[in-house]
Structures are given as structure tokens and as C-alpha cells.
Write a protein that binds this ligand. Sequence first.
Ligand SMILES: [Ca+2]
Ligand SMILES: [Ca+2]
Length: 257
Amino acid sequence: MADSKDNSGCCCCCSGGSSGNGGQKDDDHSPIDPPCTRMKVNIDSVYIKKSECYGFWDEPGSSAEWKLLITVNGQTIVWESDGIQDNQTYYINRDLYVDIANNNTNIVVQTSGVEKDTSSADDTLPSGSYTHGNADNWGIGATRKVTASSECFDYTVYYTVTCLTTGLSTIDRPTALQATRAWAAVAGVNLPPSDPEVIEFYANRVAKRRGLNLAHYTPQELVFNGAENIRTVTTQLFPTSAPPPTPPPTPGPPPQS
Ligand SMILES: [Ca+2]
Ligand SMILES: [Ca+2]
């Protein structure tokens, strides 16, 4: 059981002008936090399509002896099994844990290994690799895979990435207001008139549906807690390429009696 780091009440208080570590600043002044700070990578299984080249001059028999290494950010699982045959799935079900320090931290899944032989040197299994990061939300959710093949070997390792500890992400308040109003105009949704009500709509009706909870806000910005980045979600839900909003119809004068 891995120890879980609670992030309640913690966090990242890089106040303002930190020491510029060379990275480009995003479009706002807020700390750029990854939406998930600790991931679990479950190595689910390996499908072995081709386990060896069998024959008189090759591997004797019809099964092979595999030693597969699956490395995630420097941590390695060693999976060994004899009697490996073609077109079979073998379950691994082992977990590795990755801390995501910032939005530039990647999850790198690498595979390699050997097919063991006794009368000659081991055969090298082909190696594979896949990198997840901010661009694909670190691969959270769907089943992912790394495939590798060579003349005598062909395999696919399946794994899933889940978020264990959500993080904070920030959007500036005018952007949230503008995006929501622009969307509502296009979608024909009547928003409440005041800014605080629009923000409440944005937080409770939109962000919450994506598992993002408003942690706190200031007159300048809104800070959400969840496994996705609020700016990415906003861009997806309120694309900037939407046609310009049409002004809402002005209500007519009250009927006179
Ligand atoms: Ca062999
Ligand atoms: Ca062998």
C-alpha cells in the first residue's frame, strides 16, 4: 500500500516573481499547476502475438521464456514467465506511482526484455516507449498501450493511468466570464445578469460536470481542484472559434394597464 499524500491545505505557494527557471510563462500570471499531482500507472497485461521464432535453427519447442521489463519514470517492474505462446494475453496487474511536479513532467512508459535461452545467449526483445504529458492529460482514463515488434517477437503492453491526488488549476475571472457569456449567446442560454451569478453558473453548471470544484476565488481569478486543467476544459467547452455572440434581445417595456 503506497502512502497517500494528502494535499488538503497544502500547496504550492510560489508567490509571484519566482526565480524564472527558463520556461516560458503561460498567458496569465498564476502558478501553473498540474491538475493531478500523483498518478497510479497500472500495468494491466501483455498481449504476445509472436513469442519466438520456432524451428530447428531457432527456438526448440513451441513456447518461450520471457523476462519483460516495464519501466515508468525510472521504476521497473520485472515480469517473468515460462511457457509463453503466440497470441496469448498474460495478466500482470502491477502498480507504479508517479509524482507530477509540474506541467512539464511527463510519464514515460518503456518496455524491454529478453527471451531466455540455456544453450545460447538470451535473445533481446524489441523495446517500446510511449510518453504522456500535459498535451494528452497524462493519459488519464482510457487504456493505453506500448507495442514493440521484431522479426521473432511482437507484443503489446496495456496499462491505465489514474489520478490519485488532484491538483489546482487557475483561470482568470474575466476569461471565465467572457467565455461563458460568449457561449451562452451562441447556445441561446439565458444567463443571470450579474457577474457573480455567471461565475456561479460557470462553476456549478459547467466545471463541476467535468469533476472540477471551485476551491477559492479572488476578484482576479478562480482556482479549481480536479483532475483536469480548468483552462483546457474551458477551451474545449467554449471554443474561441465560435461565432461572435449576438446581443440578447432587450426586453420590451412592461405592458401598460
Ligand atoms: Ca530463444
Ligand atoms: Ca528460450
